[in-house]
Design a protein around this ligand. Structure first.
Ligand code: SF4
Ligand code: MG
Length: 336
């Protein structure tokens, strides 16, 4: 398998008046060509910080990469200069957001925004870029693309704006598309259409996708593999089936608790798990989930659990995997 991206022991912190917020603490994962990797977890778990760090979009100060590597085709983006990143952003790795208005320029027509990237990154002539822009808008299902080209983002509906953003992101044929909550702001029907569109475009273009989401319905629909994050740490990772049918971490059980019998609908959101994540200025030295975990043992509060291999593709960081731990079965609802 060819690895496109290897994130290795990534630590990202933010300096605040109250101390250093350790938002990402030792995150490791790979992304292979053409696959879809979902990063899931509650808000504040570090999933957006991780993806923004890959793009080097974290403002420094207050944010900084403390440690770790982000190997993109072997080059370490964690050490790249702004100039090097400008060549990567948009061209090699593109990003789409929950709110298209944060990435679309309201003062430029949609056409101009697609054309600009193509002229800059693909060295196309204006005329070539214009044709490509029309082709992209058609590809993402925007009707009468020729006339849409001359319109501004505010003249598009929410779903159409999301499509336009995807068209802009994919126009330069990036190797990686990072999608941060791409459908959260949309209603359920449009959500499903956008996810279908992403799947279809991925088939056509072979782009690998990193999908940041808290919506497990979307994950079930599109992901090949899943990374579950909690308090800045990867607590479980595995193939889609491993996470959905054989989840091993109590936090993952909590996340899946809202999905009885796996007959997923795309409007099913994570069930709130009682309690809140730990303070990341002085995170607990043991398992970060201990304060909310009903299976917590003495050791959980004292020592961080090590990563255990369940299979060659499935890892979990939980003391329940220790040979001397009690045999705990996940709640029935979690596994269907
Ligand atoms: Fe719960 Fe302990 Fe596992 Fe943490 S390590 S999830 S506290 S059982
Ligand atoms: Mg976020």
């Amino acid at each position: 398998m060819s690895k496109l991206l290897e994130v290795r022991d990534l630590h990202v912190s933010f300096k605040t008046y109250n101390g250093e917020v350790k938002a990402v603490r030792g995150v490791t994962f790979d992304l292979e060509k053409g696959e879809t990797l979902a990063i899931v977890g509650e808000s504040g778990c570090g999933k957006s910080v991780t993806s923004q760090t890959i793009m080097r979009l974290i403002p420094n100060p207050p944010g900084f990469i403390k440690e770790g590597e982000i190997l993109f085709e072997g080059d370490d983006l964690a050490k790249a200069t702004e100039k090097q990143m400008e060549k990567i952003r948009g061209k090699e790795i593109a990003m789409i957001f929950q709110d298209p208005m944060t990435s679309l320029n309201p003062t430029m027509t949609v056409g101009a925004q697609i054309i600009e990237g193509l002229v800059r990154h693909q060295k196309m002539s204006k005329a070539e870029a214009r044709n490509k822009a029309i082709e992209m808008l058609r590809l993402v299902g925007i009707p009468s693309p020729e006339s849409r080209l001359a319109q501004y983002p505010h003249q598009f509906s929410g779903g159409m704006r999301q499509r336009a953003m995807i068209a802009i992101a994919l126009a330069c044929q990036p190797k990686i598309l990072i999608a941060d909550e791409p459908t959260t702001a949309l209603d359920v029907t449009i959500q499903a259409q956008i996810i279908d569109l992403m799947k279809e475009l991925q088939k056509k273009t072979g782009t690998a996708i990193i999908l940041i989401t808290h919506d497990l319905g979307v994950v079930a629909d599109i992901a090949d593999r899943v990374v579950v994050m909690y308090a800045g740490i990867v607590i479980e990772t595995g193939k889609l089936d491993e996470i959905f049918y054989n989840p091993r971490h109590p936090y993952t059980w909590g996340l899946l608790g809202s999905m009885p019998r796996l007959d997923l609908r795309s409007d099913q959101k994570l069930l709130p798990i009682p309690g809140s994540p730990p303070d990341l200025i002085s995170p607990p030295k043991g398992c970060p989930f201990a304060a909310r975990c009903k299976y917590a043992m003495k050791i959980c509060k004292e020592q961080m659990p090590e990563r255990t291999d369940i299979s060659s593709t499935h890892q979990v960081a939980c003391w329940l995997e220790h040979p001397m731990a009690p045999d705990v079965k996940p709640p029935v609802a979690a596994v269907g």
